[in-house]
Write a protein that binds this ligand. Structure first.
Ligand code: GLU
Length: 598
Protein backbone atom coordinates (compact mmCIF):
# COMPACT_ATOMS: atom_id res chain seq x y z
CA UNK A 1 0.00 0.00 0.00
CA UNK A 2 1.43 3.36 -0.98
CA UNK A 3 2.67 5.36 1.99
CA UNK A 4 1.03 8.60 0.78
CA UNK A 5 -2.41 7.02 0.68
CA UNK A 6 -1.84 5.50 4.06
CA UNK A 7 -1.15 8.88 5.71
CA UNK A 8 -4.12 10.55 4.04
CA UNK A 9 -6.33 7.66 5.07
CA UNK A 10 -5.19 7.76 8.64
CA UNK A 11 -6.07 11.44 8.99
CA UNK A 12 -9.40 10.88 7.24
CA UNK A 13 -10.15 8.01 9.56
CA UNK A 14 -9.43 9.96 12.69
CA UNK A 15 -11.46 12.93 11.44
CA UNK A 16 -14.37 10.74 10.38
CA UNK A 17 -14.84 9.62 13.90
CA UNK A 18 -16.05 13.13 14.68
CA UNK A 19 -18.57 13.34 11.85
CA UNK A 20 -21.62 12.75 14.00
CA UNK A 21 -22.26 16.43 14.61
CA UNK A 22 -25.83 17.59 14.12
CA UNK A 23 -26.72 19.33 10.91
CA UNK A 24 -29.87 21.25 10.12
CA UNK A 25 -29.96 20.52 6.42
CA UNK A 26 -31.03 17.29 4.85
CA UNK A 27 -30.50 16.09 1.34
CA UNK A 28 -33.40 16.69 -1.01
CA UNK A 29 -34.79 14.08 -3.34
CA UNK A 30 -33.77 14.22 -6.93
CA UNK A 31 -36.52 14.66 -9.48
CA UNK A 32 -38.19 17.57 -7.70
CA UNK A 33 -39.71 15.92 -4.65
CA UNK A 34 -38.18 17.65 -1.63
CA UNK A 35 -37.76 15.65 1.56
CA UNK A 36 -37.66 17.32 4.88
CA UNK A 37 -36.24 15.94 8.01
CA UNK A 38 -39.07 15.50 10.52
CA UNK A 39 -39.35 18.71 12.46
CA UNK A 40 -36.97 19.06 15.38
CA UNK A 41 -34.84 16.12 14.37
CA UNK A 42 -31.09 16.42 14.23
CA UNK A 43 -29.22 14.92 11.34
CA UNK A 44 -25.83 13.61 10.43
CA UNK A 45 -23.46 15.40 8.15
CA UNK A 46 -23.77 13.56 4.89
CA UNK A 47 -20.66 12.36 3.19
CA UNK A 48 -20.53 13.60 -0.35
CA UNK A 49 -21.72 10.77 -2.55
CA UNK A 50 -18.74 9.30 -4.41
CA UNK A 51 -18.88 9.27 -8.21
CA UNK A 52 -16.80 7.36 -10.77
CA UNK A 53 -16.78 5.56 -14.10
CA UNK A 54 -14.65 2.44 -14.16
CA UNK A 55 -14.91 0.53 -10.91
CA UNK A 56 -15.78 1.07 -7.28
CA UNK A 57 -15.39 -0.51 -3.90
CA UNK A 58 -17.38 0.40 -0.78
CA UNK A 59 -16.37 -1.05 2.56
CA UNK A 60 -16.67 -0.28 6.25
CA UNK A 61 -13.09 0.98 6.62
CA UNK A 62 -10.89 3.30 4.53
CA UNK A 63 -7.90 0.94 4.68
CA UNK A 64 -10.06 -1.93 3.43
CA UNK A 65 -11.44 0.20 0.59
CA UNK A 66 -7.87 1.20 -0.24
CA UNK A 67 -6.87 -2.48 -0.48
CA UNK A 68 -9.86 -3.20 -2.71
CA UNK A 69 -8.94 -0.25 -4.94
CA UNK A 70 -5.33 -1.45 -5.19
CA UNK A 71 -6.56 -4.83 -6.43
CA UNK A 72 -9.04 -3.32 -8.91
CA UNK A 73 -6.28 -1.06 -10.27
CA UNK A 74 -4.01 -4.08 -10.62
CA UNK A 75 -6.57 -5.73 -12.93
CA UNK A 76 -8.41 -7.69 -10.27
CA UNK A 77 -12.06 -8.72 -10.42
CA UNK A 78 -14.78 -7.79 -7.95
CA UNK A 79 -14.22 -11.09 -6.13
CA UNK A 80 -10.46 -10.46 -6.02
CA UNK A 81 -11.09 -7.05 -4.46
CA UNK A 82 -13.53 -8.50 -1.92
CA UNK A 83 -10.93 -11.06 -0.80
CA UNK A 84 -8.30 -8.36 -0.25
CA UNK A 85 -10.90 -6.25 1.56
CA UNK A 86 -11.94 -9.11 3.84
CA UNK A 87 -8.35 -9.87 4.85
CA UNK A 88 -7.76 -6.21 5.72
CA UNK A 89 -11.05 -6.02 7.63
CA UNK A 90 -9.95 -9.02 9.72
CA UNK A 91 -7.12 -6.80 10.91
CA UNK A 92 -8.55 -3.27 11.02
CA UNK A 93 -12.21 -3.92 11.88
CA UNK A 94 -11.71 -6.88 14.24
CA UNK A 95 -15.00 -6.12 15.98
CA UNK A 96 -16.99 -6.92 12.86
CA UNK A 97 -15.79 -9.67 10.59
CA UNK A 98 -12.86 -11.84 9.69
CA UNK A 99 -11.43 -15.21 8.85
CA UNK A 100 -12.87 -16.58 12.11
CA UNK A 101 -16.44 -15.87 10.95
CA UNK A 102 -18.96 -16.43 8.18
CA UNK A 103 -20.36 -14.53 5.20
CA UNK A 104 -22.69 -14.48 2.22
CA UNK A 105 -21.53 -13.25 -1.18
CA UNK A 106 -23.89 -12.43 -4.04
CA UNK A 107 -22.22 -12.14 -7.45
CA UNK A 108 -23.41 -11.06 -10.89
CA UNK A 109 -21.18 -11.57 -13.93
CA UNK A 110 -23.35 -9.79 -16.50
CA UNK A 111 -25.44 -12.90 -17.19
CA UNK A 112 -25.90 -14.93 -14.08
CA UNK A 113 -26.40 -14.13 -10.40
CA UNK A 114 -25.15 -16.63 -7.84
CA UNK A 115 -24.91 -16.85 -4.08
CA UNK A 116 -21.89 -18.17 -2.19
CA UNK A 117 -22.91 -19.28 1.27
CA UNK A 118 -20.10 -19.20 3.83
CA UNK A 119 -22.36 -19.37 6.85
CA UNK A 120 -20.90 -21.06 9.92
CA UNK A 121 -22.14 -24.54 10.84
CA UNK A 122 -22.90 -26.06 14.23
CA UNK A 123 -20.39 -28.73 15.35
CA UNK A 124 -21.44 -32.38 14.93
CA UNK A 125 -21.42 -32.92 18.70
CA UNK A 126 -24.04 -30.28 19.64
CA UNK A 127 -27.70 -30.97 20.26
CA UNK A 128 -30.76 -28.77 20.55
CA UNK A 129 -30.13 -28.09 24.25
CA UNK A 130 -26.82 -26.30 23.53
CA UNK A 131 -28.15 -23.08 25.06
CA UNK A 132 -30.30 -24.64 27.81
CA UNK A 133 -28.92 -24.61 31.34
CA UNK A 134 -30.81 -25.80 34.41
CA UNK A 135 -33.82 -26.42 32.18
CA UNK A 136 -33.95 -22.82 30.96
CA UNK A 137 -32.59 -20.97 27.91
CA UNK A 138 -29.42 -19.05 28.78
CA UNK A 139 -29.34 -15.30 28.32
CA UNK A 140 -27.75 -14.09 25.10
CA UNK A 141 -24.88 -12.52 27.05
CA UNK A 142 -24.11 -15.74 28.95
CA UNK A 143 -23.90 -17.66 25.69
CA UNK A 144 -21.71 -15.31 23.66
CA UNK A 145 -18.35 -15.28 25.45
CA UNK A 146 -16.27 -18.47 25.33
CA UNK A 147 -16.34 -21.55 23.13
CA UNK A 148 -19.98 -22.63 23.28
CA UNK A 149 -21.31 -20.44 20.46
CA UNK A 150 -18.35 -20.79 18.09
CA UNK A 151 -19.48 -22.19 14.74
CA UNK A 152 -17.16 -23.62 12.08
CA UNK A 153 -15.88 -20.52 10.26
CA UNK A 154 -16.99 -20.27 6.63
CA UNK A 155 -15.61 -17.05 5.17
CA UNK A 156 -12.25 -18.32 3.85
CA UNK A 157 -13.70 -21.46 2.22
CA UNK A 158 -16.43 -19.32 0.66
CA UNK A 159 -13.95 -16.80 -0.73
CA UNK A 160 -11.81 -19.62 -2.11
CA UNK A 161 -14.88 -21.03 -3.90
CA UNK A 162 -15.82 -17.60 -5.29
CA UNK A 163 -12.22 -17.03 -6.39
CA UNK A 164 -12.24 -20.35 -8.23
CA UNK A 165 -15.26 -19.12 -10.19
CA UNK A 166 -14.57 -15.40 -10.66
CA UNK A 167 -11.00 -14.60 -9.59
CA UNK A 168 -8.57 -13.06 -12.08
CA UNK A 169 -5.46 -12.34 -10.00
CA UNK A 170 -3.57 -15.11 -8.20
CA UNK A 171 -5.03 -15.96 -4.77
CA UNK A 172 -1.78 -15.13 -2.96
CA UNK A 173 -1.63 -11.60 -4.44
CA UNK A 174 -4.90 -10.77 -2.69
CA UNK A 175 -3.35 -11.24 0.74
CA UNK A 176 -0.50 -8.78 0.20
CA UNK A 177 -2.23 -5.58 1.41
CA UNK A 178 -3.39 -7.23 4.66
CA UNK A 179 -0.04 -8.90 5.35
CA UNK A 180 1.78 -5.61 4.84
CA UNK A 181 -0.61 -3.73 7.12
CA UNK A 182 -0.48 -6.44 9.77
CA UNK A 183 3.31 -6.21 9.81
CA UNK A 184 3.63 -2.42 9.56
CA UNK A 185 0.69 -1.70 11.85
CA UNK A 186 -2.63 0.10 11.45
CA UNK A 187 -3.90 2.99 13.57
CA UNK A 188 -6.63 2.39 16.14
CA UNK A 189 -9.63 4.46 15.08
CA UNK A 190 -11.93 6.28 17.47
CA UNK A 191 -14.70 3.82 16.69
CA UNK A 192 -12.53 0.81 17.50
CA UNK A 193 -11.25 2.56 20.64
CA UNK A 194 -14.79 3.22 21.85
CA UNK A 195 -15.92 -0.34 21.23
CA UNK A 196 -12.80 -1.66 23.03
CA UNK A 197 -13.51 0.63 25.96
CA UNK A 198 -17.16 -0.40 26.18
CA UNK A 199 -16.42 -4.14 26.04
CA UNK A 200 -16.11 -5.94 29.37
CA UNK A 201 -14.86 -9.33 28.17
CA UNK A 202 -12.25 -8.93 25.46
CA UNK A 203 -9.59 -7.60 27.84
CA UNK A 204 -9.77 -10.90 29.80
CA UNK A 205 -8.76 -12.99 26.80
CA UNK A 206 -5.09 -14.00 27.14
CA UNK A 207 -4.30 -13.03 23.53
CA UNK A 208 -6.70 -10.17 22.82
CA UNK A 209 -6.11 -8.48 26.19
CA UNK A 210 -2.44 -7.59 25.71
CA UNK A 211 -2.98 -6.86 22.00
CA UNK A 212 -5.76 -4.30 22.37
CA UNK A 213 -5.28 -2.98 25.93
CA UNK A 214 -2.61 -1.32 28.08
CA UNK A 215 -1.58 -2.92 31.35
CA UNK A 216 -4.03 -0.72 33.29
CA UNK A 217 -6.94 -2.16 31.29
CA UNK A 218 -7.47 0.95 29.15
CA UNK A 219 -7.64 0.40 25.39
CA UNK A 220 -4.53 1.49 23.50
CA UNK A 221 -4.96 5.11 22.48
CA UNK A 222 -6.60 6.29 19.26
CA UNK A 223 -3.92 6.47 16.57
CA UNK A 224 -1.69 3.79 18.16
CA UNK A 225 -0.22 1.57 15.45
CA UNK A 226 -1.25 -2.03 16.13
CA UNK A 227 0.95 -4.72 14.63
CA UNK A 228 -0.33 -8.27 14.36
CA UNK A 229 2.52 -10.63 13.42
CA UNK A 230 0.50 -13.76 14.26
CA UNK A 231 -2.24 -12.78 11.84
CA UNK A 232 0.35 -11.90 9.19
CA UNK A 233 1.71 -15.46 9.55
CA UNK A 234 -1.75 -17.02 9.26
CA UNK A 235 -2.51 -14.93 6.17
CA UNK A 236 0.82 -15.94 4.61
CA UNK A 237 -0.06 -19.58 5.19
CA UNK A 238 -3.57 -19.24 3.69
CA UNK A 239 -2.07 -17.28 0.77
CA UNK A 240 0.42 -20.08 0.08
CA UNK A 241 -1.57 -23.22 0.97
CA UNK A 242 -5.19 -22.15 0.40
CA UNK A 243 -8.03 -22.59 2.87
CA UNK A 244 -6.58 -25.92 4.09
CA UNK A 245 -4.09 -23.92 6.12
CA UNK A 246 -7.00 -22.71 8.26
CA UNK A 247 -9.20 -25.82 8.28
CA UNK A 248 -6.58 -28.52 8.88
CA UNK A 249 -3.33 -28.70 10.78
CA UNK A 250 -1.94 -26.50 13.53
CA UNK A 251 -4.12 -23.41 12.98
CA UNK A 252 -7.33 -25.48 13.09
CA UNK A 253 -5.97 -27.26 16.15
CA UNK A 254 -5.35 -23.92 17.87
CA UNK A 255 -8.97 -22.89 17.16
CA UNK A 256 -10.36 -26.21 18.41
CA UNK A 257 -8.20 -26.15 21.54
CA UNK A 258 -9.28 -22.65 22.38
CA UNK A 259 -12.97 -23.56 22.03
CA UNK A 260 -12.55 -26.73 24.16
CA UNK A 261 -10.35 -25.25 26.81
CA UNK A 262 -12.40 -22.20 27.70
CA UNK A 263 -12.49 -22.26 31.51
CA UNK A 264 -16.20 -21.63 32.07
CA UNK A 265 -18.01 -21.79 28.74
CA UNK A 266 -16.33 -24.45 26.57
CA UNK A 267 -17.63 -25.58 23.18
CA UNK A 268 -17.77 -28.76 21.10
CA UNK A 269 -15.97 -27.84 17.90
CA UNK A 270 -13.70 -30.63 16.58
CA UNK A 271 -10.95 -31.02 13.98
CA UNK A 272 -13.38 -33.16 11.95
CA UNK A 273 -15.90 -30.27 11.94
CA UNK A 274 -13.21 -27.91 10.67
CA UNK A 275 -11.99 -30.26 7.92
CA UNK A 276 -15.55 -31.06 6.79
CA UNK A 277 -16.68 -27.46 6.31
CA UNK A 278 -18.02 -26.71 2.86
CA UNK A 279 -19.13 -23.42 1.39
CA UNK A 280 -22.26 -23.72 -0.76
CA UNK A 281 -23.26 -22.26 -4.05
CA UNK A 282 -26.94 -21.35 -4.08
CA UNK A 283 -29.50 -19.80 -6.37
CA UNK A 284 -30.31 -16.23 -5.33
CA UNK A 285 -33.80 -15.32 -4.20
CA UNK A 286 -35.11 -12.78 -6.72
CA UNK A 287 -38.35 -10.88 -6.99
CA UNK A 288 -39.80 -8.29 -9.35
CA UNK A 289 -40.46 -4.91 -7.84
CA UNK A 290 -42.23 -2.06 -9.62
CA UNK A 291 -42.76 0.73 -7.09
CA UNK A 292 -46.23 2.13 -7.41
CA UNK A 293 -47.18 5.63 -6.40
CA UNK A 294 -45.08 8.74 -6.22
CA UNK A 295 -42.61 8.27 -9.06
CA UNK A 296 -43.43 6.54 -12.25
CA UNK A 297 -42.35 3.25 -12.12
CA UNK A 298 -39.44 1.38 -13.50
CA UNK A 299 -39.55 -2.32 -12.90
CA UNK A 300 -36.67 -3.81 -10.97
CA UNK A 301 -35.49 -7.25 -10.10
CA UNK A 302 -34.18 -7.43 -6.55
CA UNK A 303 -31.89 -10.38 -5.80
CA UNK A 304 -30.67 -11.46 -2.40
CA UNK A 305 -29.61 -14.40 -0.31
CA UNK A 306 -32.09 -17.21 0.38
CA UNK A 307 -32.22 -19.21 3.63
CA UNK A 308 -30.27 -19.76 5.81
CA UNK A 309 -30.53 -15.97 5.64
CA UNK A 310 -33.93 -14.47 6.33
CA UNK A 311 -32.84 -11.15 4.81
CA UNK A 312 -34.10 -11.28 1.24
CA UNK A 313 -37.44 -12.88 2.13
CA UNK A 314 -38.18 -10.28 4.80
CA UNK A 315 -37.10 -7.34 2.64
CA UNK A 316 -39.14 -8.58 -0.34
CA UNK A 317 -42.14 -9.08 1.91
CA UNK A 318 -41.90 -5.56 3.35
CA UNK A 319 -41.51 -3.91 -0.06
CA UNK A 320 -44.27 -6.04 -1.59
CA UNK A 321 -46.72 -5.38 1.25
CA UNK A 322 -46.04 -1.62 1.17
CA UNK A 323 -46.68 -1.60 -2.57
CA UNK A 324 -50.17 -2.92 -1.80
CA UNK A 325 -51.01 -0.16 0.69
CA UNK A 326 -51.56 3.58 0.74
CA UNK A 327 -47.90 3.88 1.82
CA UNK A 328 -46.93 4.11 -1.82
CA UNK A 329 -48.38 7.62 -2.01
CA UNK A 330 -46.65 8.86 1.14
CA UNK A 331 -43.30 10.37 1.94
CA UNK A 332 -40.81 9.63 4.64
CA UNK A 333 -41.75 12.61 6.78
CA UNK A 334 -45.34 11.37 7.13
CA UNK A 335 -45.89 9.25 10.28
CA UNK A 336 -48.53 7.30 8.38
CA UNK A 337 -45.80 5.96 6.07
CA UNK A 338 -43.91 4.82 9.16
CA UNK A 339 -47.09 3.18 10.46
CA UNK A 340 -47.44 1.18 7.25
CA UNK A 341 -43.74 0.35 7.14
CA UNK A 342 -43.56 -1.00 10.68
CA UNK A 343 -46.82 -2.95 10.27
CA UNK A 344 -45.38 -4.56 7.14
CA UNK A 345 -42.23 -5.26 9.16
CA UNK A 346 -44.25 -6.99 11.88
CA UNK A 347 -45.90 -9.25 9.33
CA UNK A 348 -42.53 -10.08 7.77
CA UNK A 349 -40.85 -10.82 11.09
CA UNK A 350 -43.75 -13.09 12.13
CA UNK A 351 -43.15 -15.24 9.03
CA UNK A 352 -39.39 -15.07 9.55
CA UNK A 353 -39.75 -16.44 13.08
CA UNK A 354 -42.12 -19.20 12.00
CA UNK A 355 -40.58 -20.44 8.79
CA UNK A 356 -37.01 -19.42 8.04
CA UNK A 357 -34.04 -21.65 8.91
CA UNK A 358 -31.32 -23.69 7.21
CA UNK A 359 -32.96 -25.18 4.08
CA UNK A 360 -30.95 -28.38 4.51
CA UNK A 361 -32.91 -28.98 7.72
CA UNK A 362 -36.34 -27.40 7.26
CA UNK A 363 -38.68 -27.45 4.31
CA UNK A 364 -39.90 -24.18 2.80
CA UNK A 365 -43.60 -23.51 3.39
CA UNK A 366 -45.79 -24.73 0.52
CA UNK A 367 -42.68 -26.30 -1.00
CA UNK A 368 -40.85 -23.09 -1.97
CA UNK A 369 -39.41 -19.97 -0.34
CA UNK A 370 -41.04 -18.07 -3.21
CA UNK A 371 -44.40 -18.84 -1.57
CA UNK A 372 -43.52 -16.28 1.10
CA UNK A 373 -42.99 -13.50 -1.44
CA UNK A 374 -45.65 -14.29 -4.02
CA UNK A 375 -47.72 -11.22 -4.95
CA UNK A 376 -51.05 -12.84 -4.02
CA UNK A 377 -49.77 -13.86 -0.60
CA UNK A 378 -48.36 -10.39 0.07
CA UNK A 379 -51.61 -8.75 -1.03
CA UNK A 380 -53.42 -10.97 1.48
CA UNK A 381 -50.94 -10.03 4.21
CA UNK A 382 -51.28 -6.31 3.36
CA UNK A 383 -55.01 -6.52 4.03
CA UNK A 384 -54.23 -7.21 7.71
CA UNK A 385 -52.92 -3.66 8.14
CA UNK A 386 -55.44 -1.27 9.66
CA UNK A 387 -55.32 2.26 11.06
CA UNK A 388 -54.16 1.03 14.49
CA UNK A 389 -50.98 -0.94 15.08
CA UNK A 390 -51.40 -4.70 15.52
CA UNK A 391 -48.33 -4.52 17.80
CA UNK A 392 -47.56 -8.21 17.34
CA UNK A 393 -48.42 -9.81 14.00
CA UNK A 394 -49.24 -13.50 13.49
CA UNK A 395 -47.46 -15.59 10.85
CA UNK A 396 -49.37 -16.32 7.65
CA UNK A 397 -50.05 -19.52 5.72
CA UNK A 398 -48.67 -19.19 2.19
CA UNK A 399 -49.90 -21.28 -0.73
CA UNK A 400 -47.62 -22.77 -3.38
CA UNK A 401 -46.29 -19.93 -5.56
CA UNK A 402 -47.48 -19.53 -9.10
CA UNK A 403 -44.54 -17.40 -10.24
CA UNK A 404 -41.02 -18.73 -10.49
CA UNK A 405 -38.04 -16.50 -11.07
CA UNK A 406 -34.94 -17.54 -12.85
CA UNK A 407 -31.59 -16.55 -11.43
CA UNK A 408 -31.40 -13.75 -13.92
CA UNK A 409 -29.05 -11.94 -15.95
CA UNK A 410 -33.72 -6.66 20.24
CA UNK A 411 -30.09 -7.34 19.81
CA UNK A 412 -28.39 -4.33 18.33
CA UNK A 413 -25.13 -5.89 17.28
CA UNK A 414 -21.95 -4.58 15.72
CA UNK A 415 -20.12 -7.70 14.61
CA UNK A 416 -20.75 -7.47 10.89
CA UNK A 417 -19.50 -5.60 7.83
CA UNK A 418 -20.81 -4.97 4.33
CA UNK A 419 -18.76 -4.82 1.10
CA UNK A 420 -20.01 -3.73 -2.33
CA UNK A 421 -17.77 -3.88 -5.42
CA UNK A 422 -18.14 -3.35 -9.17
CA UNK A 423 -15.17 -4.10 -11.39
CA UNK A 424 -13.92 -2.96 -14.78
CA UNK A 425 -15.77 -5.82 -16.54
CA UNK A 426 -19.11 -4.94 -14.96
CA UNK A 427 -19.11 -7.81 -12.46
CA UNK A 428 -21.00 -6.73 -9.34
CA UNK A 429 -20.80 -8.12 -5.88
CA UNK A 430 -22.52 -7.63 -2.54
CA UNK A 431 -21.00 -9.43 0.44
CA UNK A 432 -21.96 -9.23 4.10
CA UNK A 433 -19.53 -10.77 6.54
CA UNK A 434 -19.76 -11.34 10.27
CA UNK A 435 -18.36 -12.70 13.51
CA UNK A 436 -21.86 -12.05 15.01
CA UNK A 437 -21.45 -9.94 18.17
CA UNK A 438 -18.92 -7.11 18.50
CA UNK A 439 -15.57 -8.96 18.84
CA UNK A 440 -17.47 -12.25 18.41
CA UNK A 441 -16.79 -14.84 21.13
CA UNK A 442 -13.98 -12.63 22.56
CA UNK A 443 -11.50 -15.42 21.84
CA UNK A 444 -8.41 -14.49 19.87
CA UNK A 445 -6.47 -17.30 18.20
CA UNK A 446 -3.34 -16.63 16.12
CA UNK A 447 -4.27 -12.97 15.77
CA UNK A 448 -7.92 -13.32 14.70
CA UNK A 449 -11.19 -13.47 16.62
CA UNK A 450 -13.59 -16.41 16.73
CA UNK A 451 -17.27 -15.96 15.95
CA UNK A 452 -20.23 -16.57 18.28
CA UNK A 453 -22.56 -17.26 15.34
CA UNK A 454 -24.39 -20.15 17.02
CA UNK A 455 -26.25 -17.57 19.13
CA UNK A 456 -28.21 -16.85 15.94
CA UNK A 457 -30.05 -20.14 16.59
CA UNK A 458 -33.21 -20.14 18.71
CA UNK A 459 -32.04 -20.90 22.25
CA UNK A 460 -35.14 -22.94 23.03
CA UNK A 461 -35.88 -25.95 20.77
CA UNK A 462 -39.67 -25.64 21.09
CA UNK A 463 -42.20 -22.82 21.18
CA UNK A 464 -44.77 -22.21 23.93
CA UNK A 465 -47.10 -24.83 22.41
CA UNK A 466 -44.30 -27.43 22.43
CA UNK A 467 -43.87 -27.39 18.64
CA UNK A 468 -40.27 -27.56 17.37
CA UNK A 469 -38.81 -24.20 16.30
CA UNK A 470 -37.47 -24.21 12.71
CA UNK A 471 -34.28 -22.38 13.75
CA UNK A 472 -33.42 -24.67 16.70
CA UNK A 473 -29.86 -25.92 17.17
CA UNK A 474 -29.00 -29.12 15.26
CA UNK A 475 -25.62 -30.64 14.43
CA UNK A 476 -24.17 -29.41 11.14
CA UNK A 477 -26.92 -26.83 10.74
CA UNK A 478 -26.41 -23.17 9.74
CA UNK A 479 -27.99 -20.64 12.08
CA UNK A 480 -30.57 -18.31 10.56
CA UNK A 481 -29.05 -15.01 9.49
CA UNK A 482 -30.42 -11.55 8.74
CA UNK A 483 -27.59 -10.62 6.44
CA UNK A 484 -28.96 -9.09 3.26
CA UNK A 485 -26.37 -8.45 0.58
CA UNK A 486 -28.53 -7.26 -2.30
CA UNK A 487 -28.16 -6.65 -6.04
CA UNK A 488 -30.83 -4.73 -7.95
CA UNK A 489 -31.27 -4.92 -11.72
CA UNK A 490 -33.38 -3.07 -14.24
CA UNK A 491 -36.00 -5.52 -15.41
CA UNK A 492 -36.08 -4.25 -18.98
CA UNK A 493 -32.38 -3.96 -19.74
CA UNK A 494 -31.08 -6.53 -17.26
CA UNK A 495 -28.44 -3.95 -16.27
CA UNK A 496 -27.19 -3.57 -12.73
CA UNK A 497 -28.88 -0.77 -10.76
CA UNK A 498 -27.35 -1.14 -7.31
CA UNK A 499 -25.32 -3.23 -4.88
CA UNK A 500 -25.86 -2.69 -1.17
CA UNK A 501 -26.19 -4.06 2.34
CA UNK A 502 -25.46 -3.42 6.01
CA UNK A 503 -24.53 -4.89 9.39
CA UNK A 504 -26.90 -4.51 12.35
CA UNK A 505 -28.29 -7.88 13.50
CA UNK A 506 -31.96 -8.30 12.66
CA UNK A 507 -32.10 -4.55 11.93
CA UNK A 508 -30.01 -5.28 8.80
CA UNK A 509 -33.34 -6.07 7.14
CA UNK A 510 -34.67 -2.58 7.88
CA UNK A 511 -31.48 -0.73 7.03
CA UNK A 512 -31.33 -2.49 3.66
CA UNK A 513 -35.08 -2.04 3.04
CA UNK A 514 -34.62 1.69 3.75
CA UNK A 515 -31.82 1.89 1.19
CA UNK A 516 -33.97 0.12 -1.43
CA UNK A 517 -37.20 2.00 -0.74
CA UNK A 518 -35.58 5.44 -0.59
CA UNK A 519 -33.59 4.95 -3.80
CA UNK A 520 -36.15 3.01 -5.86
CA UNK A 521 -39.38 4.69 -4.65
CA UNK A 522 -38.26 8.19 -3.77
CA UNK A 523 -35.35 8.64 -6.13
CA UNK A 524 -32.77 9.47 -3.47
CA UNK A 525 -29.10 8.87 -4.13
CA UNK A 526 -27.52 6.02 -2.15
CA UNK A 527 -25.86 8.52 0.18
CA UNK A 528 -29.11 10.41 0.80
CA UNK A 529 -30.90 7.14 1.47
CA UNK A 530 -28.19 5.99 3.90
CA UNK A 531 -28.32 9.32 5.73
CA UNK A 532 -32.07 9.08 6.39
CA UNK A 533 -32.89 8.21 10.01
CA UNK A 534 -33.19 4.49 10.78
CA UNK A 535 -36.38 2.72 11.85
CA UNK A 536 -38.06 -0.68 11.96
CA UNK A 537 -39.81 -3.29 14.05
CA UNK A 538 -38.87 -6.86 14.92
CA UNK A 539 -42.58 -7.62 15.54
CA UNK A 540 -42.67 -5.82 18.85
CA UNK A 541 -42.14 -2.12 19.56
CA UNK A 542 -41.62 0.42 16.80
CA UNK A 543 -37.91 1.24 16.83
CA UNK A 544 -36.72 4.70 15.80
CA UNK A 545 -33.20 6.07 15.65
CA UNK A 546 -32.56 8.17 18.70
CA UNK A 547 -32.70 11.99 18.27
CA UNK A 548 -33.76 11.77 14.65
CA UNK A 549 -37.56 12.06 14.90
CA UNK A 550 -39.60 14.94 16.27
CA UNK A 551 -41.86 14.53 19.33
CA UNK A 552 -44.85 15.23 17.05
CA UNK A 553 -43.82 12.38 14.75
CA UNK A 554 -43.44 9.98 17.67
CA UNK A 555 -46.79 11.09 19.18
CA UNK A 556 -48.53 10.49 15.86
CA UNK A 557 -47.31 6.88 15.93
CA UNK A 558 -48.29 6.45 19.58
CA UNK A 559 -51.80 7.65 18.75
CA UNK A 560 -52.01 4.70 16.33
CA UNK A 561 -51.18 2.29 19.13
CA UNK A 562 -47.42 1.98 18.54
CA UNK A 563 -45.13 1.34 21.45
CA UNK A 564 -42.20 3.51 20.32
CA UNK A 565 -38.61 2.98 21.46
CA UNK A 566 -35.89 5.40 20.44
CA UNK A 567 -32.50 3.72 20.20
CA UNK A 568 -29.01 4.10 18.81
CA UNK A 569 -29.55 2.29 15.50
CA UNK A 570 -26.07 2.43 14.02
CA UNK A 571 -26.36 0.92 10.59
CA UNK A 572 -23.26 0.43 8.45
CA UNK A 573 -24.79 0.66 4.99
CA UNK A 574 -22.61 0.66 1.93
CA UNK A 575 -23.98 0.96 -1.60
CA UNK A 576 -22.92 1.52 -5.20
CA UNK A 577 -25.47 2.61 -7.76
CA UNK A 578 -25.04 2.42 -11.51
CA UNK A 579 -26.54 5.28 -13.49
CA UNK A 580 -26.30 6.65 -17.01
CA UNK A 581 -23.15 8.59 -16.14
CA UNK A 582 -21.28 6.02 -14.10
CA UNK A 583 -21.27 4.84 -10.52
CA UNK A 584 -22.45 6.70 -7.42
CA UNK A 585 -21.52 5.40 -4.02
CA UNK A 586 -22.68 5.84 -0.48
CA UNK A 587 -21.16 4.88 2.87
CA UNK A 588 -22.71 5.16 6.29
CA UNK A 589 -21.61 8.21 8.33
CA UNK A 590 -22.59 6.29 11.48
CA UNK A 591 -19.48 4.13 11.02
CA UNK A 592 -16.18 4.51 9.14
CA UNK A 593 -17.18 3.39 5.64
CA UNK A 594 -15.63 4.74 2.45
CA UNK A 595 -16.33 4.40 -1.25
CA UNK A 596 -13.32 4.50 -3.58
CA UNK A 597 -12.78 3.86 -7.24
CA UNK A 598 -12.02 5.46 -10.56
N1 GLU B 1 -25.08 -12.56 13.06
C1 GLU B 1 -26.02 -11.67 12.46
C2 GLU B 1 -26.64 -12.33 11.24
O1 GLU B 1 -26.02 -13.13 10.59
C3 GLU B 1 -25.43 -10.37 12.09
C4 GLU B 1 -24.97 -9.63 13.29
C5 GLU B 1 -24.68 -8.17 13.07
O2 GLU B 1 -25.06 -7.59 12.08
O3 GLU B 1 -24.04 -7.59 13.92
O4 GLU B 1 -27.74 -12.03 10.93
Amino acid sequence: MKRFHFVVLVSALLASACSHAPSATRPGASGGAEFRQPEGASGLIAQPGWHGQKFAVATAHPLASEAGLEILQAGGSAVDAAIAVQMVLTLVEPQSSGIGGGAFLLHHDGRETVVFDGRETAPAAVNETLFIEDGKPMSFREAVVGGRAVGVPGTVRMLEMAHGAYGKLPWARLFEPAIELAEDGFPISLRLYRLLKADRHLRKDPKAGPYFYERDGEPRAVGTLLRNAELANVLRRIAAEGSRALYEGDIAQAVVDRVHDHPDNPGLLSMADMAAYQAKRRQPLCTDYAPRGMRQARSYRICGVPPPSSGAIAIDQILGILNDTEARFLRFDNPLWMHYYTEAARLAFADRARYVADPDFVAAPAGSWQSLISPSYLAERARLIGPQSMRVAPPGTPSPPTTHYSSMPEQMEYGTSHISVVDAWGNALAMTSTIEDAFGARQMVRGFLLNNELTDFAFSPTDSSGAPIANRVQPGKRPRSSMSPTLVFDNDSGQLVMSGGSPGGAMIIHYTAKLLYATLNWGLTPQQAIDLPNFGSLNGPTLLEDQRFSPAFVDALRSRGHEVKELDLSSGLQAIRKGKDGYTGGADPRREGRVMGE
